[in-house]
Design a protein around this ligand. Structure first.
Ligand SMILES: Cc1cc2nc3c(=O)[nH]c(=O)nc-3n(C[C@H](O)[C@H](O)[C@H](O)COP(=O)(O)OP(=O)(O)OC[C@H]3O[C@@H](n4cnc5c(N)ncnc54)[C@H](O)[C@@H]3O)c2cc1C
Length: 338
């Protein structure tokens, strides 16, 4: 273990450099953090406490925790991470990530001359933070933009969900809607057809289902409704239908919506990283982005599916690659064997 990380392990001040600063304390960031503190690394997690699944009270499909509240998963994960002496968890919104110059990085004790300064604003009454770290791991998840119907938030996370793999089972045999304005709506409809044959695809006026796809869906009993939507309607907490702009209400008790997702990496400022056509962060097979020393995990990287256990597994896998990168970087032996 490098001398400064070792000193930190013995209780020195947090101003000492970190091995990795992890941006985001969801399943991806916490899982990576746990692996890395167990590799005797000094790790800081900055989390702004805005998890994607805050709209829902139950999470499904995480082995040994099927049905657990997602906040409970985060609490357990944070407790496990923080039980290690080299763990530092800060409730803070990362505002800025700036590369150190090679000289600054060497002076900070980073033998391969790579390092970053990470600044965060405290949230929920926590103090602002500033860390220096050899590597940065982005685990910031996605922000979601739902179609702009006035009442959609009232049903999102209860009657309407976005992850078919996560919430399809509970909707088995129900009259469902799939609302989506993107070109992946067709394949989502196919997936949902495993759960209910009573499905209507609403494109809200978007021309994203081809006529061939429409015929293929019709062959398995799925109708495509192309008229614009006015709102989601219901009685108290129960969704009862989709109201179209012309006033017709199509009875539906729930279903799925395809949000537009955004990768929240504004903290990189003038150092943009490569994104794919959906705006997700592109990484190589070790999880490193197009910026040397900055890695990414979880929902923010393709291909998904965007699920808790996938994010956590991805976090663990990339943590191993990060650890090896730092070992090899200290020895100057390259990223992989030639
Ligand atoms: C309604 C809904 C229901 C779902 N149900 C399920 C389910 O039943 N089963 C399942 O497996 N999956 C479910 N999911 C998907 C699951 O929530 C995600 O796949 C998972 O949370 C992704 O983990 P992550 O760590 O990548 O991101 P997140 O869990 O979103 O965590 C990212 C964290 O990063 C923080 N962050 C973002 N920007 C910054 C910043 N600049 N500085 C500091 N922190 C930052 C956020 O506050 C957040 O805490 C659901 C999602 C939704 C929306």
């Amino acid at each position: 273990m490098p001398a400064q990380e070792a000193a930190a392990a013995q209780g020195a001040a947090e101003e000492l450099p970190f091995g990795v600063a992890i941006i985001g304390g969801g399943p991806a960031g916490l899982s990576a953090g746990l692996q890395l503190v167990r590799a005797n690394r000094r790790i800081a997690i900055l989390d702004s406490n805005r998890p994607r699944h805050s709209a829902t009270l139950q999470s499904h499909g995480f082995l040994t925790r099927d049905g657990a509240p997602p906040l409970e998963l985060r609490r357990l994960g944070r407790e496990e991470f923080e039980s290690y002496p080299t763990a530092r968890y800060a409730q803070a919104m990362t505002r800025q990530v700036t590369p150190l110059t090679p000289d600054e990085a060497i002076a900070a004790g980073f033998p391969d001359g790579i390092g970053f300064r990470v600044r965060g604003t405290g949230v929920r009454g926590s103090a602002d933070v500033e860390f220096v770290a050899r590597r940065v791991l982005i685990a910031a998840g996605l922000t979601e933009e739902l179609p702009a119907f006035p009442m959609i938030r009232a049903y999102y996370g209860t009657a309407l969900h976005s992850c078919v793999e996560c919430d399809g089972f509970e909707k088995t045999d129900k009259p469902l809607a799939l609302i989506g304005e993107t070109t992946d709506v067709f394949s989502r409809a196919l997936l949902i057809s495993r759960f209910s044959s009573d499905l209507i695809v609403f494109t809200n006026g978007a021309d994203t289902v081809t006529s061939v796809q429409e015929q293929q869906l019709a062959a398995i009993g799925i109708r495509v409704e192309r008229r614009p939507i006015d709102d989601i309607v219901g009685e108290k907490a129960d969704m009862t239908g989709v109201r179209l702009a012309d006033g017709e209400v199509v009875p539906r008790v729930g279903g799925f919506v395809r949000p537009r997702w955004h990768a929240p990496v504004e903290f990189l400022g003038d150092h943009p990283i490569d994104r794919d056509d959906w705006g997700l962060v592109v990484v190589d097979d070790r999880g490193e982005t197009s910026v040397r020393g900055i890695y990414a995990v979880g929902d923010i990287v393709p291909p998904g599916p965007q699920q808790l256990i996938i994010a956590a597994g991805n976090g663990a896998r990339v943590a191993a690659k990060l650890n090896m990168d730092m070992i090899r970087g200290a020895l100057g032996v390259g990223l992989v064997d030639e």
